[in-house]
Design a protein around this ligand. Structure first.
Ligand code: 6PG
Length: 247
C-alpha cells in the first residue's frame, strides 16, 4: 500500500520558514489555550531551529508565555551549561528573552543522575504534567522535530533499541564512545502529538529527505513518524528539497 504523500512546504528564505512556524505556533497555541487553558510544545535541539527560536523570542504579539509549557524532545547527557546541551541552546536563544515562568520549562534533568534515572525523572515530569494513568501517552499540541543526515530524528538513531520501545515515554540512548549518550522522547509519544513539524534545511539533507519522502525507506527513524490522529508537515527549504520529485 502506498502511503499518502506527506504535506510538504518548501520555502526559499530562512525568514519565511520561521514566519510560517511562528504563525502555526500562534494559531495552535491560541486554540489550545482557548479550549483547555494551556499549550504544550516539545522542541528539538540541533542547529537548524536556532534562527526560529531567536525570532520567536522577539515576537511581540505572542500569546501569554505563562500559559505555554515547553518540553524538550531530547537531550545530550551533559550538564545544563554544557556547549552541547539543548537546554542551554534554548535558554540562550529563547527562554532568556521571554517572560516564561521557570516552572513552564520542562528540561531534561541530567545532573547528579545516571542516564537511566534522568530518563525516568523526565518521564515522571511528563506523567505528572499530562496527568497520565498507566498506558497513556502525552498529547503534545505541537512537536518540532529535525532530521539528521543518517535519518535520525529526536535521539532515535537507525537501529537503536529505543525505536522499539512502545511502553516508555522517555528512553536512554547509548551511542559510540565519541558521542554523549542521550535521552529522548519515544516514538509512541511523538506519534501521539496533535501537530508535528519536521524542520529541515540545507543541501546536506536533500538525500535523506528523498529516502524518507520519495523512497519511503521505512528503516529510517524519521520515516517512523506518523501521527496517529494528528498531522505532519515537512517545513523545508529549496536546497533540502532539491532531490525530491515534488509532483
Ligand atoms: C538534537 C536533535 C536532533 C536534530 C537533528 C538535526 O538535539 O541534535 O534533537 O534530532 O534535530 O540531528 O540536527 P541539525 O538541525 O543540527 O541538522
Amino acid at each position: 500500500m502506498k502511503v499518502r504523500r506527506p504535506n510538504i512546504r518548501v520555502f526559499d528564505q530562512k525568514d519565511e520558514i520561521s514566519d510560517f512556524i511562528i504563525r502555526m505556533w500562534n494559531e495552535i497555541s491560541r486554540s489550545a489555550i482557548q479550549s483547555k487553558g494551556i499549550f504544550s510544545v516539545a522542541l528539538s535541539g540541533g542547529k537548524t531551529p536556532i534562527d526560529l527560536y531567536y525570532k520567536l523570542s522577539g515576537v511581540k504579539e505572542m500569546l501569554p508565555w505563562d500559559r505555554m509549557h515547553i518540553f524538550l524532545v531530547d537531550e545530550r547527557f551533559v550538564p545544563t551549561d554544557h556547549n552541547e546541551s539543548n537546554y542551554r541552546m534554548l535558554k540562550e536563544t529563547l527562554f532568556d528573552h521571554v517572560s516564561i515562568p521557570k516552572g513552564n520549562i520542562h528540561f531534561i534533568p541530567t545532573e547528579r543522575l545516571t542516564l537511566q534515572a534522568s530518563a525516568m525523572a523526565y518521564e515522571e515530569d511528563l506523567k505528572k504534567f499530562f496527568r497520565l494513568s498507566k498506558d497513556q501517552f502525552p498529547e503534545f499540541d505541537l512537536l518540532l522535530l529535525g532530521i539528521g543526515e543518517d535519518g535520525h530524528t529526536a535521539s532515535l538513531f537507525p537501529g537503536a533499541p529505543a525505536l522499539n520501545d512502545q511502553e516508555h515515554l522517555v528512553a536512554p540512548v547509548f551511542l559510540d564512545e565519541m558521542r554523549h549518550p542521550r535521552i529522548t522522547l519515544t516514538l509512541p509519544v511523538i506519534n501521539n502529538a496533535k501537530q508535528i513539524l519536521f524542520l529541515v534545511t540545507g543541501k546536506n539533507k536533500a538525500s535523506v529527505l528523498r529516502k524518507i519522502i520519495d523512497k519511503e525507506d521505512v528503516s529510517l527513524p524519521a520515516s517512523m513518524v506518523h501521527p496517529r490522529k494528528g498531522s505532519l508537515i515537512f517545513v523545508i527549504n529549496r536546497e533540502a528539497s532539491s532531490q525530491l520529485s515534488l509532483s
